[in-house]
Design a protein around this ligand. Structure first.
Ligand SMILES: [Fe+2]
Length: 264
């Protein structure tokens, strides 16, 4: 049974599901893909949407009732996609910003599409010092991290985890994003595959389509860690064991001779 840690299934609260009917259609797709737990992650603090914890909890109550009426067995847990802003550490501290599955262990942190904000490292350090593990949402979709994946590597060294989006692996967001996803996975910077679903069509809540590309890039064992083991751990409030990934990762592909010689 799979856990999806990044999904915009709550209706009418952000740019995800537009109404309850669509949320139910998304839930059916998730269940058919083998997902038993979905952490709903409405945007918060991104300058467009503000969804404090109490609003998300009220939304979950309504979604759970509708799921029950429709006979869909999907476990919904609270969460949020939190924009990395200077207010975030205080919001996490006060509980207005939700951690993953409200377990108080890890937080799904989002960056802008093109840039890494000034002081990002400082904010991440603050979050880590609070005893929370930042899970960086889809770093492969951030232009700056695509250019400098080693920066993500430094964040992982600091104690962050990385979340790749399933459809980045399958190529839906283009070749550059898919290539970055592969590099980040192969360098051990990615720990979780999640759907980041917004709809019941195109951006859908499925995890299994990532299995084939992940296995091809880094082997079956890594694919299983990213799709099954680590997401299940985080949903249950357990800290993922990074040694499992280190041991499962094949040695990095040899650099071509011209890159070793000329450094590019
Ligand atoms: Fe998202």
């Amino acid at each position: 049974m799979l856990s999806d840690l990044h999904c915009h299934m709550l209706p009418g609260i952000d740019d995800g599901s537009k109404d309850m009917e669509q949320s139910l259609a998304m839930a059916r797709i998730a269940v058919a893909d083998g997902i038993s737990t979905t952490v709903v992650t409405p945007h918060h603090l991104n300058g467009v949407y503000s969804n404090p914890a109490r609003q998300i909890r009220a939304g979950i109550e309504a979604l759970n009732e509708a799921l029950e009426r429709a006979g869909i067995g999907l476990n919904i847990l609270p969460g949020s996609e939190l924009h990395l802003t200077p207010e975030l550490p205080a919001e996490l501290d006060q509980g207005t910003a939700l951690t993953i599955a409200n377990q108080g262990k890890a937080a799904l942190v989002e960056l802008p599409v093109h840039t890494v904000p000034m002081g990002a490292e400082h904010l991440l350090e603050q979050i880590i010092a609070m005893g929370l593990t930042p899970l960086i949402a889809h770093p492969e979709r951030n232009s700056e991290l695509r250019r400098s994946p080693e920066r993500l590597g430094e964040w992982v060294e600091m104690g962050c985890l990385g979340q790749v989006t399933v459809q980045s692996c399958t190529g839906r967001f283009g070749e550059a994003v898919q290539r970055a996803a592969r590099t980040m996975v192969q360098r051990g910077c990615i720990h979780v595959a999640a759907s980041d679903a917004h709809r019941d069509r195109r951006r859908v809540p499925q995890l299994t389509p990532a299995r084939e590309p992940l296995a091809q890039w880094a082997g079956e064992e890594v694919a299983q860690l990213l799709i099954e083991v680590y997401p299940t751990d985080l949903a249950a409030g357990r800290r993922p064991d990074p040694a499992l990934l280190r041991e499962a990762l094949p040695p990095p592909p040899a650099e071509p001779w011209w890159r070793r010689m000329f450094g590019r």
